[in-house]
Write a protein that binds this ligand. Structure first.
Ligand code: NAP
Length: 287
């Protein structure tokens, strides 16, 4: 099997590179400079040369706040770029693994009360910001293309590579005496290592369709930060604040929990407790 990974310099793309290096597979990972999703002719040319059997698309426009100011850029990558890939996959019999987000859902406080175990895969989508809209449009393009696909929705992604909440907290905890973190947005992190591990299980088990993956549990960002500082023994003053004290250009969902029932039925899939996932990630970061 020949595999092409896009977004090879990103958080998830880098995790795939580490993982696939330990498997008996032939793969190539390309950064945005060599495979720009917005250049449709060039990406089709590259795919034509490489002839992959599996395309793992980790490339995405992920600047949530900036997307409000440049929606055309977010859609060019997350929607039109993805549509071009998916259509090529459909016409060349390439399986597509694509990543999406909890931001396709409205994430209301009402849903938090109604769906305590999180959003399931078939829950109606209704994004509240431009990034979420662009990612939803990408999902729809994948489904409409007719290609064989896995769409993996993840939330609060944290891994060893790239930037994420855990790394931001570690940096802030070292630089500041006090750190403020919102305590009214709830969800559960998807750890990049676990995402790649489980996604590979779907590939080898020939599973297709849309799946949700995050860790076991439900926490606020504040609880997440508290555990990071406790596990790392960083003596910072952690202050709980409400989202209204943190004005941002893009609206954030109050509820981001994904229900993992469907994926947990697949043989070999492992859903880890969020504290365990954090312990593993901190160990990786220490090494
Ligand atoms: N991060 C999260 O918390 C989170 C949560 C839910 C879902 N997700 C989804 O998970 C997936 C992986 O996210 P991530 O955290 O790994 O994102 P990331 O670290 O921002 O990586 C995204 C990668 O996409 C590349 N890229 C941007 N524009 C591109 C273009 N026009 N053509 C080709 N590549 C382009 C970037 O390249 P450069 O480095 O050159 O800019 C970067 O390497 C995405 O689909 C994202 O929507 C992420």
């Amino acid at each position: 099997m020949r595999i092409l990974v896009t977004g090879g310099n990103g958080q998830l793309g880098s995790e795939w590179i580490s993982y696939l290096n330990r498997q008996e597979v032939e793969f190539i990972a390309l950064p945005s400079s060599d495979f720009d999703l917005t250049d449709h002719a060039d990406t089709r040319r590259v795919m034509g040369n490489l002839k992959p059997d599996l395309l793992i698309n980790c490339a995405a426009y992920t600047k949530v706040d900036q997307a409000e100011e440049e929606p055309e850029k977010a859609f060019a990558v997350n929607s039109e770029g993805v549509k071009n890939l998916a259509n090529y996959c459909a016409s060349h019999n390439i399986k597509l693994v694509h990543f999406s987000t909890d931001y396709v859902f409205p994430g209301t406080e009402e849903d938090h009360q109604k769906y305590p175990k999180g959003y399931s895969e078939d829950h109606p989508t209704n994004p509240i910001n431009t990034y979420g809209e662009s990612k939803l449009a990408g999902e729809q393009a994948v489904r409409e293309s007719g290609c064989e696909f896995i769409i993996m929705r993840v939330a609060w992604l944290c891994g060893k590579h790239g930037s994420n909440f855990v790394k931001t907290m570690l940096k802030m905890g070292k630089e500041r005496e006090e750190v403020s973190v919102v305590n009214d947005q709830f969800g559960c992190p998807s750890f990049a290592h676990n995402v790649v591990y489980n996604c590979w299980k779907l590939v080898v088990e020939h599973k297709l369709g849309t799946y949700h993956l995050c860790s076991e549990g439900k926490i606020s960002w504040h609880e997440f930060a508290k555990e990071i500082f406790e596990q790392m023994e960083i003596p910072v003053n952690l202050k709980p604040v409400s989202s209204s004290e943190f004005p941002a250009k893009a609206k954030r969902p109050a509820f981001s929990l994904l229900n993992t029932q469907k994926i947990s039925n697949i043989p070999g899939v492992t859903i880890i407790d969020w504290k365990e996932g954090l312990t593993n990630l901190l160990a990786e970061l220490r090494s």
